[in-house]
Design a protein around this ligand. Structure first.
Ligand SMILES: [Zn+2]
Length: 416
């Protein structure tokens, strides 16, 4: 396979200008973006992306979930395309780079190939996956999930937002429901460039994260039942304090996650206390324990220990405890060949790099089920994301897109 020569670089200024131009569509209230999926602003962003792709000589495909596929042809009509991309939709108070960098970085790969007059054996397709964020229509990564066969299209169309509007209706309303069958495309490989959304790369002073795994997650909802009683007049020995039981269980959650350091994490972000009154000892608490690890056996161990330790705590305190698994996502191991292409690209270009595990879900996590897949990450300031203050430097963006360019073009095979 012919790799690009090491002096080849994308155009960092052009990439940055495109990021800034896209950010003008669906502005937020604090310098970021509110370009939520299937809003008018999403439609405008899609139209701008299509204009740019067509100007770069690409043809645009559109499937029934609104996923966009801009293709630069290859020289071999039999060769499956190399796909690259991410998402243009944002959180309601989102940043300018989460997702957008991966789509426009893919476009920059094609623009650079055009500049250099390089032909590839495999076509290259830049994808915008619909509704990655999942804020307006849960769940996240909805359309890449349908593409990978994780959800049915009917189920996805029936997702509704807070106002009761349905995904399928809103997709048609903004004019981006295509004809193409979802998931019919076959991929030679898929690459996604994304900002890290965490603090590790910046803290380690690395330009590039070579993403080897995606964290798996497990959600266990725990209900502890005691007895509501007056906080003043109930003697301490006579209390059945469900809130205290929860506090002790949460100490265990922390201990269990730390026992699998450094990659495992655990916390409860959702907590409901009943009756939630200042002068009533809580008679019932419901909370969800979120455990994550790139290793499935670690997740299973953490789940099992939560149940054993939780039961012991409840028994000792005269409380009742019940556990229900309410969600989960298996860890992702990205394709070794694609991961190596990314690592070699960073090496060839002279960028500092390290292996990293994605703590967040991404479209690439679903596509990995149907095609050889890997991700490139670049740092973001203070690890901040899903926030309008999300920031990256122009150099970080350019380095990420350079690595993407080299990995994609090597995989698509340069025709001499
Ligand atoms: Zn994203």
């Amino acid at each position: 396979m012919a790799a690009p020569a090491q002096n080849l670089r994308i155009n960092g200024d052009r990439l940055w200008d495109s990021l800034m131009e896209m950010a003008r569509i669906g502005p937020g209230v604090a310098g970021g973006n509110n370009r939520q999926t299937l809003t008018d602003a999403d439609g405008e962003g899609r139209a701008l992306f299509r204009t740019w792709c067509e100007a770069a000589g690409c043809s645009m495909g559109l499937d029934q979930m609104g996923n966009m596929f801009a293709m630069r042809p290859g020289t071999d009509p039999e060769a499956l395309p190399v796909y690259v991309g991410s998402h243009l939709d944002t959180q309601p108070t989102g940043g300018k780079y989460d997702g957008v960098l991966g789509v426009l970085g893919g476009l920059e790969v094609i623009r650079t190939l055009n500049d250099l007059g390089i032909r590839t054996r495999h076509p290259i397709v830049v994808t915008n996956w619909t509704n990655e964020e999942g804020t307006r229509f849960a769940p996240a990564m909805l359309s890449s999930g349908v593409f990978a066969g994780m959800h049915t299209q009917d189920w996805a169309y029936a997702r509704s937002d807070a106002e009761g509007k349905r995904f399928g209706d809103e997709l048609a309303r903004i004019g981006w429901r295509g004809e193409e069958e979802v998931g019919a495309r076959k991929m030679h490989a898929f690459f996604e460039l994304h900002i890290e959304q965490g603090p590790i790369l910046e803290a380690e002073g690395k330009d590039i994260g070579v993403v080897t795994h995606g964290q798996g997650l497990s959600w266990t909802q725990v209900t502890i039942t005691g007895k509501d009683a007056h906080t003043g007049s109930t003697p301490m020995p006579m209390r059945r304090n469900a809130g205290l039981g929860m506090a002790r269980v949460l100490e265990k959650v922390d201990e269990i996650a730390l026992s699998h350091a450094p990659h495992a994490v655990g916390a409860a972000g959702h907590i409901d206390v009943y009756p939630n009154s200042r002068n009533v000892i809580p008679g019932r608490v419901v909370f969800t324990v979120d455990f994550r690890s790139p290793d499935l056996s670690v997740i299973e161990d953490m789940e099992a220990r939560l149940r054993v330790e939780g039961q012991k705590i409840a028994d000792a305190m005269g409380l009742e405890i019940a556990f229900e698994k309410v969600g989960g996502f298996d860890p992702v191991k990205f394709d070794e060949g694609c991961v190596t292409a990314i690592r070699n690209a960073a090496e060839r270009l002279g960028y500092s790099h390290m292996n990293i595990i994605s703590g967040a879900g991404h479209d690439a996590c679903w596509i990995n089920r149907v095609a050889p897949t890997a991700m490139v990450m670049c740092p973001c300031v203070d690890g901040l994301s899903h926030n309008e203050a999300e920031e990256i430097s122009k150099d970080w963006a350019a380095a990420g897109a350079d690595v993407l360019f080299h990995a994609v073009v090597e995989t698509a095979e340069i025709v001499e």
